[in-house]
Design a binder for this molecule. Structure first.
Ligand SMILES: [Cu+2]
Length: 181
């Protein structure tokens, strides 16, 4: 597996507070999501494992993100792997919901190197402004695997220091006066 680190390094910003402008890697396009809102999370895969095409993507849904639905894609099989919720909630119909999506697995497609692919999910974000949510992702290719799972382990550490950083978004405050997000 040859990871094209050279191309990646040229565009890496230095601060977590900067927009996630990494041009290569696995990143989430939106960068931020509004606290307590339904939001779109678009995972962008920008290269294969070396020249090998991507056949499967597994993305972990972080705790606190619920009501997860992946976007329908004709050429991929999409599996929702579930986990038990620590705190069940009632949906609009009054049903008690005890499970939520733990991991989404896209498989059966073939994304060639030299093209980018987008894998989208809609979900309800936690009401935790300031929090960074990590969507750890495994990219499996015809030959090789890239594990986008590195997260900071100490204060001040930037994910851009890593070779294979986990995709992430930052949760931001609801704009003032906006009650309808
Ligand atoms: Cu990269």
């Amino acid at each position: 597996m040859i990871h094209r680190m050279f191309a990646c390094l040229l565009t890496i910003p230095l601060l977590l507070t900067a927009a996630p402008e990494a041009r290569a890697h696995a990143v989430i396009n939106e960068g931020t999501a509004v606290a307590g809102s339904f939001s779109f999370i678009t995972l962008r895969i920008t290269h294969g494992c070396g020249a090998s095409p991507t056949n499967q993507i597994r993305m972990k849904i972080p705790d606190g993100v619920i009501r997860v639905s992946p976007r329908f894609m004709e050429n991929w099989t999409i599996e929702k792997r579930m986990k038990t919720l620590g705190t069940p909630y009632e949906d609009e119909a009054g049903n008690l919901v005890t499970e939520t999506v733990d991991e989404i697995v896209w498989s059966g497609g073939s994304l060639p190197d030299g093209y980018y692919g987008e894998f989208q999910v809609r979900a309800l974000m936690p009401d935790t402004p300031g929090e960074t949510l990590w969507f750890k992702t495994i990219q499996n290719c015809q030959e090789g695997t890239i594990r986008w799972i590195e997260v900071p382990t100490r204060e001040g550490q930037s994910p851009y220091e890593f070779k294979e950083p986990s995709p992430f978004i930052r949760i931001v405050e609801k704009p003032h006066g906006d009650k309808h997000r």
